[in-house]
Write a protein that binds this ligand. Structure first.
Ligand code: SF4
Ligand code: SF4
Length: 294
């Protein structure tokens, strides 16, 4: 029931692992390629069953308080099976391409009725492009619409793997300046811009997405520079502005990670609409995340 990751009603599959480390990431459970252990403190009743089975000493109790050493977890899943309250879970598992396609095809009626389909997101789904290509091939045999939500920071060969089956790319442009891009994400934007140019050459439809981060890229001139980058590309169907939000804070805590932007405020709707209207003068295809999908 995803309605913001491409047209219609979609099922979004999140693949683990990402080459970037965006400070505002709202899917921290997908940064690592390996499964990630999550612990929700408010669900824990302190029964100690997890500590009794963990072979790596991840769970400990100090004065009745449950402390976790996340980095020692070997992802065996033994404690998850013992936890009756659901306080523990592992994000991520392995699956074959066939198994994955079967799961995604269960929602085919919804795709058909709504003009929707499947979106691959992450993390960065193109880190597993050979696997993705095979899942996409199996879905295409059933005529499923397929979108790939990518940060673009992967070798071009990964795009080549999926181009024959992708109907739409949801493509992030986060900052026009390479140094600022590196500050916010851990890597420059050169490869991302080059891949965008190549996608244009390929003719693949692309929706650009820009997370609007206060104090980082929300200045009008910064967004105008992004608009100038997009201008030559006729394959871009839409430029969507996604307001920063802090709803992932709880996930960071559950994963034992520090939240990187504790002081950042969410931009309100009025500010976002004002930005969109100003940018529309130079880029008529700019929309907000709350606007209709196309
Ligand atoms: S998943 Fe395995 S290694 Fe990790 S905390 Fe649970 S029991 Fe320990
Ligand atoms: S098994 Fe679950 S409820 Fe029991 S101590 Fe561990 S996390 Fe808490």
């Amino acid at each position: 029931m995803s309605v913001h990751d491409g047209p219609g009603i979609r099922t979004t599959l999140f693949l683990k692992g990402c080459p970037l480390r965006c400070l505002w990431c709202h899917n921290p459970e997908n940064l690592r390629t390996e499964p990630s252990l999550s612990y929700t403190e408010k669900l824990c009743v302190g029964c100690g069953a997890c500590a009794a089975v963990c072979p790596h000493g991840v769970h400990g109790f100090e004065n009745g308080i449950h402390r976790l050493h996340h980095s020692a977890c070997a992802n065996c899943g033994a404690c998850i099976a013992e936890c009756l309250t659901g306080a523990l879970k592992l994000y991520g598992r392995t699956a074959t391409a066939e198994e994955t396609a079967q799961l995604l095809l269960e929602d085919t009626d919804f795709y058909r009725q709504s003009g929707g389909g499947v979106t691959f997101s992450g993390g960065e789904p193109l880190l597993q492009s050979a696997f993705l290509r095979e899942v996409m091939r199996l879905l295409k045999a059933h005529d499923v619409h397929i979108a790939v939500d990518t940060c673009g920071a992967v070798p071009w060969s990964a795009f080549e793997d999926v181009l024959p089956y992708a109907d739409l790319f949801l493509y992030d442009i986060k900052h026009p300046d390479p140094e600022m891009h590196k500050k916010g994400t851990g890597a420059g934007n050169e490869r991302i811009l080059e891949n965008l140019r190549r996608l244009h050459e390929s003719g693949a439809p692309v929706e650009i997405r820009t997370p609007v981060i206060p104090g980082y890229n929300d200045a009008e001139e910064t967004l105008l520079q992004i608009a100038a980058i997009l201008k030559p590309y006729g394959n871009i169907t839409c430029w969507r502005l996604l307001p920063y939000h802090s709803m992932a804070k709880g996930k960071y805590q559950a994963l034992g990670m520090d939240y990187p932007m504790p002081e950042t405020e969410m931009p309100d709707n009025t500010r976002m609409r004002a930005l969109q209207q100003k940018l529309a003068a130079v880029c008529p295809i700019v929309k907000l995340s709350s606007d209709e999908t196309n």
